[in-house]
Design a protein around this ligand. Structure first.
Ligand code: NDP
Ligand code: 2IT
Length: 444
């Protein structure tokens, strides 16, 4: 059995009932063949893959709060600090009922490689809770966030671990978390990113993940003699990543005809109206039925379905495993040419392989959505120097970072004998930087 298979088996045995974590590790192990197999004795002796797949530490804690009816409520809180070889731990906080140890670990594991690809000094982490902010009052969300941070503050810091947003954690939640951290520690420091612009946030951070998806898409298309103008695009999700992916795609002359949330999806052949979408989702925190009600050209459907619409480009921006083999077959039948993952691991392994076998250009999330965390790192830089950069300055740095990620990913794919396989390229490029740093820092 190869060293890679041995380690994958060990991860599966030691972490039973963690399918998402197994999936994320499996994908990386399958990609690393060209690096590990040629030098197996070295990597085995150093136990590099065991060290890479075992978190530095994981914290699990009780989050107790009181709802508006006076009932005491209890949720699970998590922070997985996976690897800090190249910089302080960095990664979002997810608030969603599906959060469990498997989801936290897969996200923290992927974050190691993503953060490495940004070229910035940030290690891999993730946190969250099975708390559902949907339908809760602002006061309930505040009490939850205060309780969550009352435990988490012990383990984080501007040079230690810097959380940020993710599903269910936006500007409102970051504000409450930051206020609590400051009150408990007395420190006004860059301990969270995605902060409001009046208290240390960076311009472009709100837009960064979605804009980054489109910047890397543009770069990839350019290298294939194509561009985004005039293309028809399907986007899933209707949250932070989806909204700004749609906005940038439309600014660059594409037409985005779909979006979705956890209950249904929109087909809008005239192109999604971003201002209306933002009003429905960011301001009213409502369902997509309200988008359809306000827009005559839009059709609303219950359930899942954005991938059934014929498009040139598909951009999954909602959640893990939302695009499966059947969806991939529909998209390929309908002539899709490119897929960039805005969400983390939205495409199943089978669907990814199907796209690649059918010559669809495919960028995995750890490269495609890295613009968010990269801009978080730029927020950390600004906090450190106690300055704020202009929108244009941050945006131009983000564009440079996404171009550089494309070059690293396509360069590594070519160098290791898998040209155009950007999954392999992303995993290898991310891996080499992190493990070179681990090796240099000795055994621990
Ligand atoms: P938001 O909470 O802003 O939006 C999430 C969207 O996805 C919502 O439309 C939500 O619908 C939908 N969604 C969430 N869970 C499910 C589910 N189980 N089934 C169907 N739809 C679902 O989150 P973000 O936009 O921030 O995150 C989206 C994805 O992008 C996640 O995978 C996240 O990890 C990833 N990501 C986010 C970054 C960021 O900077 N925010 C950076 C990099 C990656 P509903 O409103 O009905 O729940
Ligand atoms: O998945 C991700 O990269 C994020 N949710 C953003 C993390 C961050 O620290 O900005």
């Amino acid at each position: 059995m190869s060293y890679r298979e041995e380690v994958l088996n060990r991860v599966i045995t030691e972490n039973p009932r963690q399918p998402e974590f197994h999936q994320a590790v499996r994908e990386v192990m399958e990609s690393l063949g060209p690096v590990i197999d040629a030098n197996e004795a070295f990597y085995r002796r150093e136990a590099i893959l065991e060290r890479l797949t075992t978190p530095d530490r994981q914290i699990q804690f009780r989050v107790t709060w009181v709802d508006d009816q006076g009932n005491v409520r209890v949720n699970n809180g998590y922070r997985i600090q996976f690897n800090n070889a190249i910089g302080p731990y960095k990664g979002g906080i997810r608030l969603h009922p599906t959060v469990n140890r498997s989801v936290m670990r897969f996200l923290a594991f992927e974050q190691i490689f993503k953060n490495s690809l940004t070229g910035l000094p940030i290690g891999g982490a993730k946190g969250g809770s099975d708390f559902d902010p949907k339908g809760k009052s602002d006061r309930e969300v505040m009490l939850f966030c205060q309780s969550f941070m009352s435990e988490l503050y012990k383990y984080i810091g501007a040079d230690v671990d810097v959380p940020a947003g993710d599903i269910g954690t936006g500007a409102r939640e970051i504000g409450y978390l930051y206020g609590t951290y400051k009150r408990l520690t007395g420190r006004y420091e860059g301990v969270l990113t995605g902060k409001g612009l009046t208290y240390g946030g960076s311009l472009v951070r709100t837009e960064a993940t979605g804009y980054g998806v489109i910047y890397i898409l543009e770069e990839m298309l350019k290298h294939h003699g194509n561009d985004i103008e005039g293309k028809t695009i399907a986007v899933s999700g209707a949250g932070n990543v989806a909204t700004y992916t749609i906005q940038k795609a439309q600014q660059l002359g594409a037409k985005v005809v779909t979006c979705s949330d956890s209950t249904g999806w929109i087909y809008d052949p005239e192109g999604i109206d971003v201002a209306l979408l933002k009003d429905v989702k960011e301001v009213r925190r409502a369902r997509l039925t309200e988008y359809a009600a306000a827009r005559p050209s839009a059709q609303y459907h219950e359930g899942k379905g954005v991938w059934s619409i014929p498009v040139d480009i598909a951009l999954p921006c909602a959640t893990q495993n939302e695009l499966d083999l059947e969806d991939a077959k529909m998209l390929v039948n309908n002539g899709v040419i490119a897929v960039v993952e805005g969400a983390n691991m939205p495409t199943t392994i089978e669907a990814t392989k199907y796209f690649q076998a059918n010559k669809v250009l495919f960028i995995p999330g750890k490269a495609g959505n890295a613009g968010g965390v990269a801009t978080s790192a730029l927020e950390m830089s600004q906090n450190s120097e106690r300055l704020s950069w202009s929108f244009e300055e941050v945006d131009s740095k983000l564009q440079g970072i996404m171009k550089n990620i494309y070059q690293q990913v396509s360069g590594a794919a070519k160098e290791y004998g898998k040209p155009e396989d950007f999954v392999t390229g992303a995993n290898i490029a991310g891996f080499l930087k992190v493990t070179t740093a681990m090796h240099a820092q000795g055994i621990y």
